[in-house]
Write a protein that binds this ligand. Sequence first.
Ligand code: F6P
Length: 357
Amino acid sequence: MKRIGMLTSGGDCQALNAAMRGVVKSLTNSDEDVEIYGFLEGYKGLIYGNFKMLTGSDFSGILTKGGTILGSSRTPFKTIQDPDENGIDKVDAMMQNYYKLRLDVLVILGGNGTHKTANLLREKGLNIITLPKTIDNDLWGTDMTFGFQSAVNIATDCIDCIHTTAASHGRIFIVEVMGHKVGYLTLNAGMAGGADIILIPEIPYDIDKVVSAIEKRHASGSKFTIIAVAEGAISKEDAKLSKKEYKKKLENYKYPSVSYEIAEKIQQKTGQEVRVTVPGHTQRGGSPCPYDRVFASRLGAEAGELILKGEYGFMVGYKNREIVKVPLEDVAGKLKMLEPDASIIKEAKLLGISFGD
Ligand code: F6P
């Protein structure tokens, strides 16, 4: 008999359900008896003992369903070791609930912050297996995270739609894509949607270079420009600021987001109208795309196999076209950034895309 706890933590994304279904299917298809405890709303459920017992049939029909049947929440790692408002030691409470339910393993689906807490629980002696979810694809130790390809599809659809209007009206359009720290999503959606300029956090931009890319296009006869901007795009001047100085700047920030600042500057410098579109959380919503369904199912199935073998303390990831197990201590606290000299950036530049650098 295996007693398995499961939770989804952090921002939701597509294929969380597909991944959990994969874990459960691979276990229920084995000879092992299993009991599944689904903790509700991420780590909160584990802290406060809020769970429901699930069976294989609860995971039926959810392969194509977006969101998470367990609910999710953000429980910042920064404060996980601080007592809650009622003085409860959150880490201790999670361990107590794990031992009270006599769990053999806790399966945790999440992104960067989630992995830091997962590793902390591992250090405290709990058996942990994690699965890499995030539309940002910024988890260290895996070439791909589930949710990413679905979000690329949605952001690309958005750029496609804007493309037609931009062409009809001869306008400059900015599409702001999710990703505060890394630019994988913006880069991929931008390239797939035929964006002319792509601004990502890893390559600070010079607004004059952005403007000259627009002017070059217009001089060559193109009447419109599409700019894909990551939420975390940063100018060269701002990139020089210390963390503290940049935080201070953002405290008095008059724009809803970075795209509006860029739009205003381009408008001032070119005299042309610039419109901003923000697809926002639509990028995390809806059904997972076929790639994510397959990918998350594979990761889930492999996680189930690790559980059956009693191998714990790993994230199930994907490296060089193979599903791999990555020690949690290697994953926690590291961000996978796009290298400015990555070949995809070089190729994008060869295609004539400007990064404003
Ligand atoms: O981490 C995934 C993500 O969607 C980021 O791309 C985005 O910046 C952030 O979450 C938004 O978080 P929230 O849903 O908490 O506003």
